[in-house]
Write a protein that binds this ligand. Sequence first.
Ligand SMILES: *Cc1c(COP(=O)(O)O)cnc(C)c1O
Length: 353
Amino acid sequence: MKITITPSAGKKARPSDDKLGFGQVFTDRMFLMEYDPKQGWHDARIVPYGPLSLDPATMVFHYGQAIFEGLKAYRNPAGGIQLFRPMANMERFNRSADLLCIPRFDPEFALLAVKKLVDLERDWVPSAPGTSLYIRPFIFAKDAFLGVRASSTYYFLVILSPVGAYYPEGFAPVKIWVSKSHVRAVKGGVGEAKTSGNYAASLLAGQKAHDQGYTQVLWLDGVERKFVEEVGSMNIFFVVNGEITTPALSGSILPGITRDSVLALARHWGLPVSERAISIDEVFSAHESGALTEVFGAGTAAVISPVGELKYGDRSITIGSGKVGPMAEKLYKSLTDIQYGRSEDPLGWIVPV
Ligand SMILES: *Cc1c(COP(=O)(O)O)cnc(C)c1O
C-alpha cells in the first residue's frame, strides 16, 4: 500500500521546549487510513492535522469500540530521532484489535507509516532533557448505525504531540491510593486491551483518589479484590528482599512495554526477578517486616515512577522513607539513557527514524 502525502497547509508555531505539557499541542500533519470489508485497510494518507467530520450515529460514540497505543520519538545526542521498541506497540495494538473485534492491520506497514509521519514532522521532536514527541495511534468504529454489533468500517489515525519532561522538578515519588470499592477489569474482560472504555471506567476512582490527595489508583483484582494488578496507566513493581517482583500477566492487566523492558534489563543484569501473584496483604506485611524496600510504577509516560506512599483502607505506609530507591533510580537512568541514545542499546530496542 502506498501512502499519499498532501502538502501541509502551513506551519503552526511550535511552543518552546520548556513550555510543553502533555498532549495539548499537536503537530502539522496526521496519518489516516480506512477499513471496509471489500478493500481491507486502504487509502493510507498523511494530511494536514485537523478535525474529522463524523455522522452523529458513528458507532464509536455509542458503544466505544476503540483502541489506542502510546509510544515516543526521542532526539539523540547527534540530533537524530529514534523510537523505542515500536514493533512491540504495533503487535499489542493488533492484540487489542482482536479483543475488540477490530480487523488486524499489517504491523510492518503501520510502523512504516509512523516512521514516515515522524520523519515529515521531525522539527517537532523537542530536544530539551526529558522531552519527546508522543505518538498516539488509534482505531475506532466508523459505521453510522445504532445496533450493537462490531462496526464494518474503521478509521486508523496517528497523531503526534510534543511533550515536556515528566519530572520538571526532578525524579520524585508519588502517593498512590489502593481502591477497595472500585475495580478496573476482570479476567475474561478487556483489561489487557488498550481500549477507551477501560479509561472511562477508571475515572470515578481516579477522582476519589485525587480528592484525598493521591495521584493515582492502584487496582486490585476484580474477583477477590486481594491481588495487586496495576496503576491507572502504569504497571507496578515491588522490591521485596532484594527481588524485583511484579504481578504476573493475568488477563486483566495491560501488558506494558516498559514493564517488559524493566524485566528484561533486570534479567540482563543478572538480578533476581519474579512475575507472580502478589496480594495487597503481602505488600503491607512485607513493609512491616522491613522486606519491602521499593515500590515503583513503569509506563511510557513516566518511564519509572517511584511510589512514596500507599494507602489502603485506613492504613497508609511510607516506602523507603518517601525517598526514591536505588533500583528505581538505576532503572530510570538506564532506560532513559537507551531511549535517548546516550548509552549502548544492549537488547536491540532502538529503531532510528
Ligand atoms: C499503557 C498502559 C500501561 C503501560 O504500558 P507501556 O507500554 O509501558 O506504556 C500500563 N497500564 C495501562 C492500563 C496502560 O494503559
